[in-house]
Ligand binder design. Structure first.
Ligand code: AMP
Ligand code: MG
Length: 405
């Protein structure tokens, strides 16, 4: 499929279907839970035992047998967190307990420190005590065997806490996709380097490496390529040898200095599509060989960013087995201001999303030329504007896809 005259371009949705069809989950591995932040579970995680595993005190105070008001109980010892007492509590007795301590045998309630008067090795309880008061029962949080996290869940902060509480020391997760980023262009200089005539800083390298990292990729530093056939082909061959996902920016058009497509053809990477009916990002190329995915993204920074978000991001998520409902925070919002339609192409414009009561308003992020990297700043999401004449009026509901920062 190509962008030649008369060839219909794929819609964004069709292009994504093609990408997702080629993205198979990677093999699974065992990961120490301490290393598992942002990893995606490949198996359901169930509680190894009851959590809490024993009846424990919810308060600092005294474990007692529940009973009526106005009682004086003799203190017989102490049960601390991690240091239970072997004694049991009988009638007329109380045991000092701290929060999280195992409730001693015999006791049926805990009275809080502040609700008793302590004198001469005894405590006086003015009020009656109800059975079970301030005792956390076994399995109250999680029952042994209960499903805690399902396969396809990304492990965030709370998920890690729950996994460990549930008894996991390791989790089974998909391997992190190895991502190679290659930036083509004779004009590119490294970050911070001084620029000669006609040169620009290689902003795509930092941006795409960061984006792939945010997606859970295992990303090497970007490689810079001259606009030259032999070196381009060699670098692509090397990347295909080690990476699950190869992202190339620039050089994917048909100019005399665009060498990416012929190099990929020579390397036997079949083209799945070239050209999406999208602004920005029309000349996007996608192909796959032996399960390795290759994205040829346009060099303009906004195009590279948007096409990475639309095509490479869901693919990297799918390689990790991320559940569909976790993949993208898809929502919709009212356009806050009119957006000029493109007569032929669907647009993905960057917007800031403002919540107003129950409504979400998407404010287009200023002029959106594909070369205006500053137009991406502070964007929360991409909003989709269908092709057509004139303006998409303010108030129109548009679909959104969140963007990482
Ligand atoms: P290309 O897709 O190679 O034709 O490049 C399109 C435009 O994007 C040109 O203006 C390039 O200078 C610019 N460009 C290409 N690569 C990068 C990059 N890595 N960082 C910033 N701009 C780039
Ligand atoms: Mg170029």
């Amino acid at each position: 499929m190509g962008m030649g005259m008369g060839t219909a371009l794929l819609t964004i949705a069709q292009a994504r279907v093609a990408v997702m069809a080629a993205a198979r989950p990677l093999e699974r591995e065992c990961v120490a839970v301490t290393e598992a932040l942002d990893r995606v579970l490949a198996e359901d995680l169930r509680a190894a035992g009851d959590v809490p595993g024993f009846a424990s005190s919810a308060m600092d105070g005294y474990a007692v047998i529940a009973g009526g008001p106005d009682r004086t109980l003799r203190i017989i010892g102490e049960s601390r967190a991690g240091a239970p007492s072997e004694d049991s509590v009988g009638e007329g007795e109380a045991m000092c307990v701290s929060t999280g301590a195992m409730v001693p045998a015999g006791a049926t309630a805990v009275v809080r420190q502040e609700d008793v008067e302590e004198r001469d090795g005894a405590v006086h309880l003015a009020a009656a005590t109800r059975v079970g008061a301030d005792i956390r029962s076994p399995g109250e949080d999680l029952r042994a065997g209960a499903l805690v996290l399902s396969a396809g869940t990304r492990l965030g902060t709370a998920e890690l806490g729950a996994a460990v509480a549930a008894g996991a020391g390791e989790v089974i997760a998909a391997r992190r996709p190895r991502v190679a980023v290659l930036c083509t262009g004779d004009e590119l200089r490294a970050p911070g380097e001084s620029l000669g005539p006609g040169q620009i800083h290689n902003s795509n390298a930092a941006m795409l490496v960061a984006f792939a990292t945010r997606c859970g990729g295992d990303v090497r530093p970007a490689v810079r390529l001259r606009d030259e056939r032999v070196g381009t082909e060699a670098a692509l061959a090397e990347a295909l040898g080690r990476a699950d996902v190869v992202v190339v920016s620039g050089g994917v058009s048909v100019g005399p200095h665009d060498h990416v497509k012929p190099a990929l053809a020579a390397l036997g990477v079949p083209e799945h599509f070239w050209g999406v009916n999208l602004q920005p990002g029309k000349p996007t190329w996608f192909g796959a060989r032996d399960g390795r995915l290759v994205f040829g993204l346009p060099g303009n920074p906004v195009s590279a960013f948007v096409t990475f978000a639309l095509f490479a991001r869901p693919a990297i998520a799918a390689l990790q087995g991320l559940a569909a409902e976790e993949q993208l925070d898809v929502a919709e919002a009212e356009l806050g201001a009119p957006a000029r339609r493109n007569p032929h192409r669907e647009q993905a414009i960057s917007v800031r999303v403002q919540r107003r009561g129950g409504r979400a308003i998407a404010w287009p992020n200023g002029p959106q030329g594909s070369h205006l990297v500053s137009s991406l700043l502070a964007a929360d999401a991409l909003a989709f504007i269908p092709p057509g004449e004139g303006d998409h009026p303010a108030g129109t509901i548009v679909p959104l896809e969140d963007l990482p920062r």
